[in-house]
Design a protein around this ligand. Structure first.
Ligand code: MG
Length: 294
């Protein structure tokens, strides 16, 4: 199933959560109260984690008439992210000169590298990625499968980790490469305002084979990234086991699993995002997000 967060029209501040029809033409609102709906699809995940049935279905809308928001418009916590988690991307990043985490010869990490993005960086498909004038012009895209946690979890063994997964969404882990390099960490340059396009909705795990799906990124129609999540260095269970070893995960937490080869700094010279570009990220079983760059 696909669950989306939306405004019934572009003029309202009312936020609703609903179920997207299989043909993606309609969305059926669910009767959450305003406070629950403001958390987006997290309201669904939390209800299901608590064993509470979802509120009754309400009005049905044409998908073409509503404004889709990010499925988690402002996640309750930072988004967990994994760096250098595809073999070919780890090599491309190590060779780019922007990787402050690597010593020569150790470009494939022995353990997952985690960082986070602030919740306020999230935007919906269709909203603009803003290049911050005077702050950075080295802005890059990163197409990623994001895992949505479905239950409270601590100390989870890899063998049990997929039971903690509620479903998936798409994230574009937009990055200011010069900040990532200069400040010797990955938090700031990945948390700028608008740097986490997410959506178009969240799908339950039966809809997407997260461990074996295809991730693609296009810039102005040119395919830059095209890889299978089977190429992840650290698979989804390993990521969940690693985070939950010391940090309790909660329903609605999000883990972005890393990006494949083909980012802008993999090219010589780098192909940074430019004002006027359009970035599209597609993942089989979920859908696509597309964002203009301004
Ligand atoms: Mg990333």
């Amino acid at each position: 199933m696909k669950f989306a967060t939306f405004k019934p029209n572009h003029a309202t501040s009312e936020i609703l959560v609903g179920i997207v029809s299989d043909d993606e033409r309609h969305i059926q609102a669910l009767g959450f109260d305003a406070a629950q709906a403001a958390s987006g699809v997290a309201a669904v995940v939390r209800a299901q984690a608590a064993g509470v049935s979802l509120p009754a279905a309400g009005r049905r809308y044409d998908l073409s008439a509503i404004e889709l928001l990010a499925p988690f418009p402002r996640p309750a916590r930072n988004i967990f992210c994994v760096g250098k988690n595809y073999f070919d991307h780890a090599k491309e990043f190590a060779q780019s000169g922007f990787d402050s985490s690597t010593k020569p010869g150790d470009d494939i990490p022995a353990d997952p590298i985690f960082f986070t993005k602030v919740p306020e960086s999230v935007i919906a498909s269709g909203q603009a990625i803003v290049i911050p004038q005077g702050v950075s012009e080295a802005i890059d895209y990163e197409a990623e499968l994001a895992v949505i946690i479905g239950k409270q979890a601590k100390g989870i063994a890899e063998a049990d980790a997929m039971d903690c997964v509620w479903g998936y969404t798409i994230v574009n882990d937009v990055t200011a490469r010069d900040w990532q390099n200069r400040h010797k960490q990955w938090f700031m340059g990945k948390s700028f305002d608008t740097f986490c396009p997410m959506g178009p909705w969240a799908v339950t795990k039966d809809a997407c084979r997260g461990e074996q799906t295809q991730v693609r990124c296009f810039v102005n129609g040119e395919c830059r990234q095209n890889a299978s999540t089977t190429d992840l260095i650290f698979k989804i269970p390993k990521l969940i086991a690693t985070v939950s070893a010391g940090i309790t995960l909660y329903p609605g937490d999000i883990i972005a699993t890393g990006t494949p080869v083909g980012v802008g700094i993999g090219f010589k010279p780098p192909k940074y995002l430019q004002r006027g570009d359009r970035v599209r990220v597609e993942i089989d079983g979920i859908g696509a997000i597309e964002n203009p760059v301004i």
